[in-house]
Design a protein around this ligand. Structure first.
Ligand code: AMP
Length: 125
């Protein structure tokens, strides 16, 4: 991990210190377009509270994390892709592909997503 959560680019977006294409904002969450889209529609929903990774979600954050999915669904409805569908994912740490250490939900839409994301030897948990 190369940066502490208080230093991430997302804190600067929350504080309006750097610009972003903001799609939604309330007291708990912010949604904005991903700067490097991986689908025709790609935006991020983040908590204003700085939570580093999924592993750092505390019991008191459970409603907040649910709120991020609610925001995603509201935006999917508003922008007309709720029914055709979308992917909403969080990456965690290195193997998950996380690069910004402030919790964020990716919302990808506008085309059929590939599945599975990984094809190799499976490991029994
Ligand atoms: P992850 O790899 O899951 O940590 O995702 C981080 C995401 O943040 C990537 O999809 C980046 O393209 C996106 N990102 C990084 N900086 C910005 C920024 N300034 N504005 C919008 N999205 C950003």
């Amino acid at each position: 991990m190369s940066e502490t959560v208080s230093e991430t680019i997302f804190t600067k977006i929350i504080n309006k210190e750097i610009p972003a294409d903001i799609l939604y904002e309330d007291e708990l969450a912010l949604a904005f377009s991903d700067i490097n889209p991986q689908a025709p529609i790609h935006f991020l929903v983040i908590p204003k509270k700085p939570i580093t990774t999924i592993n750092d979600i505390e019991e008191d954050d459970k409603v907040l994390v649910g709120h991020l999915y609610w925001v995603a669904a509201q935006l999917a409805e508003k922008h007309g892709f709720a029914q055709e569908g979308y992917r909403a994912v969080m990456n965690c740490n290195e193997n998950g592909g996380q690069t910004v250490y402030h919790l964020h939900l990716h919302v990808l839409a506008g085309k059929a997503m590939g599945w599975p994301p990984y094809q190799d030897k499976l490991k029994t948990l």
